[in-house]
Design a protein around this ligand. Structure first.
Ligand code: AMP
Ligand code: ZN
Length: 118
């Protein structure tokens, strides 16, 4: 756990979240500001600031993260398709420095969901 990391605190139950899934490697919860009917965040439980910091030791959690993303998107009503978005670092417009995959979908095409770059 990294001190002052909001997502580590969510994993530890110190900050409330709308949890949708948890196992020994990953934790998933609804985004607090959903941008689509389905908007779930999936994170590794072990603090990892971004994908840029991943090492081979993180590969089991990263693989699980994608498998769980597919499972949760389908269960949440995105069986027709969805997006998995991972923002990385300042250039990648990442705001919370604990790796997270946005799972976005619903029953309509979700569009590119790009942030403004200016
Ligand atoms: P990013 O810009 O990729 O770092 O995305 C951060 C995401 O975390 C945003 O979509 C926020 O709405 C979401 N977020 C921030 N704080 C919380 C929280 N306490 N619970 C759930 N989602 C959060
Ligand atoms: Zn963290």
């Amino acid at each position: 756990m990294s001190e002052n990391c909001i997502f580590c605190k969510i994993v530890a139950g110190e900050i409330p979240s709308k949890k949708v899934y948890e196992d020994e490697l990953v934790f998933a919860f609804h985004d607090i500001h959903p941008q689509r009917p389905v908007h779930i965040l999936v994170i590794p439980k072990r603090h990892l600031a971004s994908l840029q910091d991943a090492t081979p030791a993180d590969e089991p959690a990263l693989g699980r993260l994608l498998a769980v993303a597919n499972q949760l998107a389908t269960e949440a009503g995105s069986s027709g398709g969805f997006r998995v978005i991972i923002n990385n670092g300042e250039i990648g417009c990442q705001e919370v420095p604990h790796l997270h995959a946005h799972i976005v979908g619903g029953d309509q095409p979700v569009g590119p969901m790009l942030k403004r770059l200016d």
